[in-house]
Design a protein around this ligand. Structure first.
Ligand code: SF4
Ligand code: SF4
Length: 433
């Protein structure tokens, strides 16, 4: 046995790790295991390694770090574990331990701890990246081999950051006689990359006589920090966003990105919840913090669910005389398993007169598009997406609807590589096309 070391972050989950009975049920839905057959990819394997670290039988080696990074955080193991273990939370704690004890790439650390924490740095950086993608990568490099990007050849990357959504619309989008007032949490991907999604959603809300507030100071949801093990950045951003949105008089806080939605609704509870609150702030302020967190999370709602509860999709449905477009739907992991939103997108699509909805096989299987995982393990993420592209093709659909810009980017890339002319859109966009 090696000399035992106290791992403060992982230690919180020692009991939960020991509840894993190694039944292997988590193998079935694990996307990384499905394409590799490697036991270290599946939750059971990762938990065994984490237990070995906790018991002092294994150090935080580079192999351990690599193994912890090979997980899309798809939540399939969380949903299926009969022992009630949450491997994603524990794998993230291991990433946190690695981030603290072994550090991270300098660039990643700089992005997380400086750029993401400041709007003033985020926008110029996004603009610079956007120019590189638009004028150098997309027209010149994409068709050649990129030695510094594994599998980078022919990779489809959308244009980034030429402008940003919150600059293109007023801070308060007013309507006559509003029946509701909501705040929109745009998320970085929709603010900087898929602005057309944000504009469609604002347009839809306006037509439904709903006033929309887009707070200028809104920051990243913190997902890149949380899933990289940098909880300090995630907590910093969570607290800022909580203060900003709690200061608004709104009926709901709408999210249009599955990952942002899960962060705001679920992960903020983990980051700022009872145990953390007790260690971070003086005891006399605990109740205030708890109330503030509850007030915020109770208002957060995904756009699909909001539409079904507050807007009649039929009103916006195109004329049925036109030829119907064939649409299938991909469940983003952080929307279906992460927030339990499965029926609303299907109800919307089935309600649209101009749409013929076709359910695909394995609609809720992970597509492999998982933020930094897609950058670090691009080949693996593409292998996962290939199965998804086959399932989409079998439906004969013209359009794949989804509710996560990260899935949208990865699916577009996978479909482009498979030479399939199938468009990927946010479900909410289909209401007003
Ligand atoms: S399903 Fe749960 S208990 Fe079974 S091996 Fe996986 S993590 Fe362990
Ligand atoms: S979250 Fe998904 S990819 Fe990660 S171990 Fe669990 S099932 Fe596998």
């Amino acid at each position: 046995m090696l000399t035992e070391k106290w791992y403060e972050i992982l230690e919180r989950y020692r009991d939960e790790v020991s509840r894993c009975v190694c039944c292997g049920i988590c193998q079935a839905g694990c996307p990384t295991y499905a394409v590799t057959g490697d036991e270290s990819m599946v939750a059971r394997g990762k938990l065994s390694l984490i237990e070995a670290v906790l018991n002092g039988d294994l150090k935080l080696t580079d192999n351990f770090k690599e193994c912890m990074s090979r997980c899309t955080s798809c939540l399939s193991c969380v949903e299926n574990c009969p022992s009630g273990v949450d491997p994603v939370k524990i794998i993230n704690a291991a990433r946190g331990e690695l981030f603290k004890n072994k550090g991270s790439y300098l660039v990643l650390r700089f992005v997380l701890q400086y750029i993401l924490r400041s709007e003033r740095l985020l926008y110029p950086t996004a603009k610079m990246m956007g120019m590189l993608v638009k004028y150098i990568y997309n027209p010149l490099l994409r068709r050649r081999y990129l030695p510094f990007l594994r599998g980078g050849r022919d990779r489809l990357i959308p244009n980034i950051g030429e402008s940003h959504l919150r600059k293109r619309v007023p801070e308060i989008v007013k309507v006559k006689n509003p029946r509701m007032r909501v705040a929109l949490f745009t998320g970085c991907m929709i603010d900087l990359v898929y602005q057309d999604i944000g504009l469609s959603i604002i347009d839809l809300l306006k037509r439904a006589q709903i006033e929309v507030v887009l707070p200028r100071e809104q920051l990243c949801c913190g997902a890149p920090g949380y899933y990289s093990g940098d909880s300090d950045t995630a907590i910093f951003l969570a607290k800022k966003n909580l203060d900003i949105y709690n200061s608004l008089e709104v009926d709901a806080i709408i999210t249009d990105c599955a990952t942002c939605g899960r962060m705001l609704k679920e992960v903020y509870r983990l980051l700022l919840g009872e145990k953390r609150i007790a260690t971070l702030i003086p005891s006399e302020k605990v109740n205030d913090e708890r109330d503030s967190l509850n007030r915020f999370t109770s208002k957060v709602v995904d756009i699909h669910k909001f539409i079904i509860e507050n807007i009649d999709p039929l009103i916006y449905s195109a004329d049925s005389k036109a030829e119907k477009i064939r649409v299938t739907y991909h469940d983003p992991c952080h929307l279906s398993r992460g927030q339990g939103v499965r029926r609303p997108p299907r109800e919307i699509l089935n309600a649209l007169r101009g749409v013929e909805y076709i359910e695909m096989e394995g609609a809720d299987n992970c597509c492999g598009g998982a933020g930094l995982f897609t950058i670090r393990h691009y080949d693996l993420s593409l292998n996962i997406a290939e199965q998804k592209a086959r399932s989409i093709k079998e439906t004969g659909a013209d359009i794949v609807a989804t509710g996560c810009p990260s899935c949208q980017m990865h699916l577009s890339d996978a479909l482009y590589r498979a030479r399939l002319n199938i468009r990927v859109m946010h479900t909410a966009q289909l209401l007003i096309v």
